[in-house]
Ligand binder design. Structure first.
Ligand SMILES: [Mn+2]
Length: 276
């Protein structure tokens, strides 16, 4: 995201100074904010939660959770309008990037006329859609593709659930530094046979990140929530302690149940990818 204005000001360890307010965006629970969230040091500063996940735990002093918003950036635009704040070209680029990444380039099922109108308006301010899609959703390092190759060679399918795993050794072999996997699970769910997809990702700290996707009519948000995570019915995740084998043994039976749900019991409003 280095192309965004202000990107160089992003820090992963904010100073523990006095803040006027702390604003959490697109996070359904504090755990999704990771180590940057220190509520014990915020004093009287209110935590303001802006989000659109159905699993949101309302952990702020002020919680503005708009379940109809296709993207959290849509909520920010709505607030700017309500407060009569002019959106600069730089802000438009950031907000358009938020719309695109949160909706996987306007492909999630909650995309509606409202978010398309907002995208058109931000485009008119100079935030052209195609280059943002290319940079945020299409371009991948070669090492990530090598990692996909290793992970796809371990692909397993059972009762509507398509899944694989990524070990630390595989990441090392592929030359991938860090914990990212290029959102492999988003590709798994595109298999015709997959009603639910999962990637079990062995992290450097010894925990396992579980990324989940579901086709319309199936719900992985309830699975993620029951395991301490969260997200949308069609896209959710959690992080669990244990070995890959232990976590897989715990989660896969729940996914088989989710894949067996009949579309008649479908939940409205699903979505998405970006988890922060
Ligand atoms: Mn989101």
């Amino acid at each position: 995201l280095a192309f965004l204005p202000g990107a160089h000001e992003i820090v992963t360890e904010p100073p523990l100074t006095a803040w006027d307010a702390v604003i959490s965006l697109d996070a359904s629970d504090p755990a999704r904010l990771g180590a940057i969230y220190h509520p014990e040091s915020y004093g009287d500063a209110p935590v303001i939660v802006l989000d659109h996940h159905v699993t949101n735990l309302r952990f702020g002093a002020i919680n503005h959770v708009d379940l109809q918003a296709a993207a959290t950036a849509q909520i920010v635009v709505d607030l700017a309008d309500a407060l009569d704040v002019t959106i600069s070209p730089g802000a438009a680029l950031c907000l358009q990037t938020g719309l695109i990444t949160d909706t996987l380039a306007f492909r999630t099922s909650n995309v509606d006329a409202r978010v398309l109108a907002t995208a058109a308006r931000l485009a008119s301010l100079g935030a052209t859609i195609a280059p943002i899609v290319q940079r945020t959703l299409v371009d991948q390092p070669l090492a990530i593709m090598r990692l996909w190759g290793l992970a796809l060679s371990r692909l397993q399918y059972t009762e509507g659930v398509l899944w694989t795993e990524i070990t630390r050794a595989m990441r090392s072999t592929a030359g991938v530094t860090g914990d990212e996997d290029g959102k492999l699970v988003s590709h798994l769910i595109s298999a015709n046979e997959a009603r639910v997809a999962a990637v079990f990702n062995e992290l450097a700290d010894g925990t396992v990140e579980v990324d989940l996707r579901a086709r319309s009519g199936h719900n992985v948000a309830t699975v993620a929530l029951s395991l301490g995570g969260g997200g949308h019915p069609a896209a959710s995740g959690c992080t669990l302690p244990g070995t890959l084998a232990e976590v897989e043994a715990r989660v896969l039976p729940l996914l088989v149940v989710a894949a067996a749900e009949t579309p008649g019991g479908a939940q409205p409003g699903e979505n998405e990818g970006a988890k922060t």
